[in-house]
Design a protein around this ligand. Structure first.
Ligand code: PSU
Ligand code: MN
Length: 304
């Protein structure tokens, strides 16, 4: 496609028929501070390689949709200031006007699907914000899961969101929410939320098969995999309650709205936990990358 560029590694993987795993870039530009963001992005790519798949970090640079970033492109994006945060609504506009932006879960799913990559690893997805009954703030990520056939491996939504409402909307939209290896729905930094797993699967092959069966049935949309953070890395949910409450109060005070809400809350939580949230975040993204690599390989075998 005239606006799409594959990295050398991703292009090679495509032509060799190797399994690829897509990675988003908003986590790099708006989700973690520099320089940890770049270190983590590289580490996660290495984790995917070590697990037998090929990483493709997705971003828009100077009007081109990159499927896989070269090291210097990743480093430049990680240090850039004022980069656009792209979702379904603004991805095409950014490409058309020669802009630069990082891709959210929604935009990364669109790009991955166009590039023929059915599996994508991230940390947390966007969802229904608390107070959405007033603000109407519901992430476009949820609609995207309902219409684009990509399996997204996350650690569940952060407790900055309304988890119960997020699960309700996903159910309404017909998105399969699969918890890997647990009967309890996880909440990002914590292994447990008060909610039970809508679906449970214990291995990557089952998840890959479910993805394939949906395709065979002609069902649109993808799957959300919620992969609980490893026990040794989790932060108990009660420790985060006051931190999240403060961050939300600050956001309200400062009149933050629209796509600035999620980055604002994430930054305040990182600051207030003095890096503890960041350490846990890194561990869970790496864990998700390994699981996504397994699913990508299982899908490859099914389609062989
Ligand atoms: N949640 C996180 N970390 C993130 C994001 C969400 O725990 O980095 C990012 C993802 O890119 C997600 C986006 O797609 O924020 C959702 O933003 P919004 O709520 O504005 O839709
Ligand atoms: Mn929003």
């Amino acid at each position: 496609m005239f606006f799409m560029t594959f990295s050398a590694e991703a292009a090679r993987a495509k032509s060799n028929g190797q399994p690829l795993v897509a990675l988003e870039s908003t986590i790099i530009t708006h989700g973690m501070p520099y320089p940890q963001n770049v270190e983590v992005a590289k580490q996660v790519e290495d984790d995917i390689r070590a697990a037998g798949a090929v990483p493709a970090t997705i971003a828009v640079l100077d009007g081109r949709l990159h499927i896989g970033l070269e090291t210097e492109q990743l480093e430049r994006l990680g240090q850039a200031r004022g980069v656009a945060k792209l979702s379904r609504a603004d991805l095409a506009a950014c490409l058309a006007t020669g802009g630069t932006g990082s891709t959210t879960v929604a935009a990364t799913m669109i790009a991955a699907h166009h590039a023929g990559i059915p599996v994508f690893a991230t940390g947390g997805i966007g969802g229904v914000h608390r107070g959405a009954e007033q603000s109407f703030d519901i992430s476009a990520d949820l609609q995207e899961l309902a219409q684009t056939p990509v399996t997204v491996v996350s650690a569940g939504p952060k407790a900055i969101l309304d988890i119960a409402k997020t699960l309700e909307v996903l159910e309404t939209l017909g998105v399969p929410v699969i918890v890997k290896g647990s009967d309890v729905f996880p909440a990002f930094w914590s292994r447990q939320s008060p909610y039970s797993a809508p679906l449970r699967m214990d291995d990557a092959t089952q998840i890959a098969r479910a993805h394939a069966v949906r395709g065979e049935l002609g069902l649109p949309g993808g799957q959300l995999v919620a992969n609980p953070i490893p026990a040794e890395d989790e932060i108990p949910a009660d420790q985060l309650v006051p931190v999240i409450a403060l961050a939300r109060a600050e956001a309200e005070e400062a009149g933050i709205s629209g796509k600035s809400v999620t980055p604002f809350l994430l930054e305040r939580i990182f600051e207030q936990t003095r890096g503890a949230s960041l350490t846990a975040n890194i561990a869970l993204v790496r864990h998700n990358a390994r699981v996504a690599a397994e699913i990508a390989q299982a899908l490859r075998k099914l389609n062989a």
